[in-house]
Design a protein around this ligand. Structure first.
Ligand code: AMP
Ligand code: MG
Length: 518
């Protein structure tokens, strides 16, 4: 197995001088060296072949003992120096101080085909940042992360990736609903991959500690490696950096809204500086369209991270990043000006995206058509994915009844008179809009099907894979992974996954309700 290891993070940035793996506050350092924990009986459950190829490995490599040991943390690749990153964060709106990689250990960086990847184990044991927890991960949350991060990539959404999913053979104690019913579960490790795992929180921690030197070193490092297009100098460099992070964040959130992905824990420590979807915890997929919905039971009361609030939280988090970068700019106004653009830029990108979902191409903004659709979707219980996918079947010569009939399967309930009337109105307007478009029905449908996925990782699908895996059957993990590689394609043999949430899943733990316990 040949790995083109080219570390930069742990070579160019200041390290914690304390080499002991004790839980503590770490100052003036971007990371602490730490060795992954040895596992009892590691077993590889699944590998993403695409990720293997991306880092320059072959299928044959992945069946070797060396691969298993390396990507479960049982051996350390010669010449590499694993480490945990120091970061802080705002959790649910409040500054939480030092957090850091409590159960993630970065192994090394690989350069292949001119691309840089950092490989990181999640659940490989405690680090100086583990606080009161064990540094481990359980199988259910590891399956969710492995499947969803790859699925998001194939949906065309910026995300961290997953190379492999393994059992550790160790037992891990978890109280899933935080109600005193702790039980042992199977431990697992995911090997996550991304160009970098740096988060907003990595900058916030140094600003909070007034450690300008480390803050600047980290910002310079990030710009040099991941925003090389920024060539300005001095203060302007950090302003351009903030603008770029803003733009990437907007792009990511517009994509989330497009497919109905709800992250669930948009704390600033879970915001990637590259605008990648990161830290798959109590995330969920919209089934019935609902701005108020959040899958995260920890957030059930205030719903801070509900579907409809994700765009606002993106901005809120960018304000926290701007606060951290203030030390490098020392002027409020230019930072403020960058963030004041957020709303306008977001709305532009959102409208363009919604027009694509609707198959509308002319210059018109269709502001009222879009907002009427949103209101109509909100008042009825309707499956977001099925609605948009079936909308592409509407023909410009249809009557509004004929058009409505094509999306009827998407409803979870029988419609009230009021809802039916709203739908009728909306379809009348929609038909007028598509009649004005200079594009034939088949081509419009084709284009719509490139942005409206047919297959997403519905909450119950992940749970079925988890239930099977608990019984020792890992086939469904493989099947879903394959299915979600082509989310926009018709896959006739897999039609069963293009279906509404089954009734049993509506209020089941792990399906519509998830806790942070993982
Ligand atoms: P999260 O909400 O999963 O993003 O985690 C927030 C913080 O808690 C991060 O610093 C994690 O590293 C840490 N953390 C979460 N679970 C564990 C665990 N089992 N052991 C150690 N640290 C953890
Ligand atoms: Mg996190």
């Amino acid at each position: 197995m040949k790995i083109n290891n080219k570390d930069t993070f742990n070579k160019e940035l200041p390290a914690d001088k304390n080499l002991e793996n004790t839980r503590r506050q770490v100052y003036n350092a971007c990371f602490s060296y730490v060795t992954p924990k040895k596992t009892a009986k590691p077993q590889l459950l699944h590998v993403s072949e695409e990720m293997l190829a991306n880092i320059g490995l072959s299928k044959g490599d992945s069946t070797s003992k060396e691969f298993l040991n390396l990507f479960t943390g049982n051996t350390v690749l010669e010449g590499t120096h694993p480490y945990a990153m120091c970061y802080g964060g705002h959790q649910f709106g409040n500054w939480a101080g030092q957090l850091g990689d409590g159960r993630a250990i970065n192994l090394f960086e690989v350069v292949h085909n001119d691309k840089r990847w950092t490989l990181q184990l999640k659940g490989a044991g405690e680090t100086p940042y583990s606080r009161r927890a064990d540094g481990l991960a359980v199988l259910r949350s590891s399956i969710r992360e492995h499947l969803c991060s790859e699925a998001m990539h194939h949906l065309g959404i910026p995300t961290t990736r997953s190379l492999s999913l393994s059992l550790t053979g160790d037992q891990v104690l978890r109280d899933i609903m935080y109600n005193g019913n702790a039980a042992y579960e199977k431990g697992a490790v995911v090997c996550r991959v991304a160009p970098s795992f740096i988060r907003f929180g990595n900058f916030e921690i140094f600003a909070a500690r007034e450690d300008k030197e480390t803050l600047q070193a980290l910002a310079d490092y990030t710009i040099k490696h991941f925003y090389p297009e920024i060539t300005s100098e001095g203060k302007q460099k950090y302003l351009d950096f903030l603008s770029s992070v803003r733009d990437n964040t907007i792009k990511m959130i517009v994509d989330w809204q497009r497919v109905g992905f709800v992250h669930g824990v948009m704390n600033t420590d879970n915001m990637s500086i590259l605008g990648l979807t990161i830290d798959y915890g109590p995330y969920g997929w919209l089934e019935d369209f609902d701005y108020e919905w959040t899958p995260n039971t920890t957030d059930a009361q205030h719903r801070r991270y509900r579907y409809g609030n994700q765009p606002y939280i993106g901005m809120w988090n960018l304000y926290k990043l701007a606060n951290a970068l203030y030390a490098l700019v020392e002027e409020v106004e230019p930072l403020q000006a960058i963030l004041e653009e957020y709303e306008k830029l977001y709305l532009q990108a959102y409208r363009t995206m919604m027009k694509q979902k609707l198959g509308l191409n002319t210059d018109e903004n269709y502001v009222s058509l879009i907002s009427e659709l949103e209101q109509t979707l909100q008042i009825t219980e309707i499956d977001y994915t099925i609605f948009f996918r079936n909308l592409s079947k509407v023909l410009s010569k249809d009557t509004s009844e004929e058009a409505f009939a094509k999306i009827k399967d998407a409803f979870y309930v029988t419609n009230t008179e009021e809802a039916l009337e709203k739908w009728n109105n909306w379809f009348t307007n929609y038909l007028t809009a598509i009649q004005k478009e200079d594009i034939d029905d088949a081509l419009r449908a084709e284009k719509m099907n490139l942005v409206n996925p047919k297959y997403v990782l519905r909450n119950y699908m992940a749970q079925l894979a988890i239930d099977d895996a608990d019984k020792g059957n890992y086939e469904l993990i493989k099947e879903l992974h394959e299915l979600l590689k082509e989310p926009y394609a018709e896959q006739p043999s897999q039609e069963k996954w293009f279906a509404k949430r089954p009734d049993w899943a509506k209020h089941k733990v792990g399906c519509s309700m998830l806790s942070c316990s993982s």
